[in-house]
Ligand binder design. Structure first.
Ligand code: GTP
Ligand code: MG
Length: 197
């Protein structure tokens, strides 16, 4: 998709105050610090549109971005950030799950895993939640620039085994080298039914 414009719209604290819109929506999820905001910036070719940080757990709302006045991207709060206050963590989880279950506009969830990590219990719980909500999932393994090709092949095996997903289902991605960018856009376009956009 050629990006003509992309801008921040609003942060929502729950499914009830998401933008009132009939645009299709793609959400981006994964543990804190996995690289969600960086991936969105890379997809939109806007370096600083979505705030990224080396301090995990900063994104606390469902952050909506308008793309080409026809599509929303939603940057979800990262799960699994141990240092976030418990009260905060306990609010996020129901908020995310409620959004996944109830938001009609949502067409697919791009689910990110860090290539260097074994999927955590929270990752696997999140995957269960996606399956329960029957949401089409686009699994992405990110930060692949951090490993050699041999290490990458080995980690793909580890991650496929842990998640029970076929390794062919994962798009490998890097916000640094932009590897995987055309493939990810193709999958997003297929999910919103806009393959000729
Ligand atoms: P939260 O919003 O806190 O949940 O984090 P996030 O998932 O949005 O991660 P973010 O995009 O802020 O990236 C976290 C850190 O990882 C930053 O220091 C990024 O520069 C780095 N990072 C993200 N993607 C990549 C990548 O593909 N390769 C490398 N080498 N670093 C990356
Ligand atoms: Mg973020």
């Amino acid at each position: 998709m050629l990006i003509q414009n992309a801008q921040f719209v609003a942060g929502a604290t729950g499914v009830n105050n998401c933008p009132d819109s009939d645009w299709p929506e793609i959400a981006f999820a994964g543990r804190s610090n996995v690289g969600k905001s960086s991936l969105i910036n890379t997809l939109l070719n806007r370096r600083g549109l979505v705030r990224t940080s080396s301090t995990p757990g900063r994104t606390q709302m469902l952050n909506f971005f308008a793309v080409n006045d026809c599509l929303h991207f939603v940057d979800l709060p990262g799960y699994g950030f141990a240092r976030a206050p418990r009260a905060v963590r306990e609010k996020w989880q129901p908020m995310i799950h409620d959004y996944l279950k109830r938001r009609d506009n949502l067409r697919a969830v791009v689910w990110l895993l860090d290539v260097r990590r074994e999927p955590s219990r929270e990752d696997l719980q999140f995957l269960d939640g996606l399956e329960e909500a029957a949401r089409p999932t686009i699994p992405v393994i990110t930060k692949v620039d951090k490993l050699s090709r041999n290490e990458l092949a080995r980690q793909l095996g580890v991650i496929a085994r842990a998640t029970g997903l076929d390794r062919e289902l994962f798009t490998t991605f890097s916000s640094v080298t932009r590897e995987g960018l055309p493939e990810l856009w193709e999958r997003i376009e297929a999910a919103i039914g806009a393959d000729d956009a």
